[in-house]
Ligand binder design. Structure first.
Ligand SMILES: Nc1ncnc2c1ncn2[C@@H]1O[C@H](COP(=O)(O)OP(=O)(O)OP(=O)(O)O)[C@@H](O)[C@H]1O
Ligand SMILES: [Mg+2]
Length: 257
């Protein structure tokens, strides 16, 4: 999936929300999107899933092939975890006959580690278990591009790491394209690629880094991953206000290539 957003401006705003966003999301890879609050992460996703208009184009994908998992997915609280996944599979019309359907449900219950809670109603599940149900509901529909906005916010470090590990395994095994917005930079090494969005002094979001997590500390000149956000956050947000510098640095590196 290739994203080329020249400019995105909301009608009631005097500044662009995003500018010069040119980035590829390769199949078989998990990409973490991280960045300053208000840098345009959710806006970028809204453009990608066709919920928001922009100046530019998105190519090398099929819009029907996108599964979008919002931060707070709507689940029927009185349904069991298994039933939620079952109905999603049934409505997808991908599976012929009850045997194939039940096998698919069982497979996805197992893949997301939900065996022990599959017969519990959603309101009795923890936040992490609910997130796994909503991911299983999307995966069972057979979509090839998975886009998730802050699915691990509010989960403890272990649960969030487990969730990301599961999504990485599925991505590598199936060749799907997986894109996850997250504030949990501690999991950065689990991802194949990282896109850092920063909010410049003109309030516009731009790309401060896109590439492997292996080179990101060198690029931002930090020893610890958490210091990346400190560098790009504005000084009134407790940061060092270097967003413009790193957006410019990434742009000049890219144009030299
Ligand atoms: N519907 C909207 N109408 C007008 N402006 C908007 C709208 N949605 C977002 N914005 C503005 O666009 C910019 C980017 O917002 P966005 O929600 O994409 O940021 P974000 O990176 O997802 O932030 P967060 O980490 O806080 O979720 C902000 O300046 C925001 O005020
Ligand atoms: Mg957001």
């Amino acid at each position: 999936m290739q994203v080329d957003i020249n400019k995105k401006r909301y009608p009631n705003r005097s500044y662009d929300a995003l500018r010069n966003i040119h980035v590829a999301f390769p199949a078989g890879c998990t990409t973490l999107i991280i960045g300053t609050s208000g840098a345009g992460k959710s806006t970028l996703i809204k453009c990608m899933i066709g919920m928001s208009s922009f100046d530019g184009k998105i190519t090398d994908y099929n819009r029907e092939d996108i599964a979008y998992i919002p931060q707070h997915p709507a689940l029927n609280q009185n349904e069991t975890a298994r039933a939620a996944i079952y109905w999603s599979a049934l409505f997808s019309r991908l599976y012929r006959g009850s045997h194939e359907l039940n096998n698919a449900v069982q497979h996805h219950v197992q893949t997301m580690g939900l065996q022990s809670v599959q017969n519990s109603e959603i309101h009795n599940l923890s936040g992490g278990q609910r997130q796994r149900v909503s991911i299983a509901k999307e995966l069972i529909r057979g979509k090839n591009i998975i886009i998730a906005d802050e699915i691990d916010t509010g989960l403890d470090c272990g649960v969030s790491r487990d969730l990301v590990t599961k999504l990485c395994d599925i991505t590598h095994r199936t060749g799907k394209t997986t894109i996850i917005i997250s504030h949990n930079i501690v999991n950065i090494e689990l991802y194949d690629r990282v896109v850092v969005l920063a909010k410049g002094s003109d309030k516009t979001g731009g790309i401060a880094y896109a590439g492997s997590p292996a080179y990101i500390r060198g690029f931002f000149e930090v020893n610890n991953y958490v210091d990346i956000l400190t560098k790009i956050n504005a000084s009134d947000e407790g940061g060092m206000g270097q967003a413009d510098y790193f957006i410019g640095k990434f742009d000049s590196l890219r144009s030299r290539r």
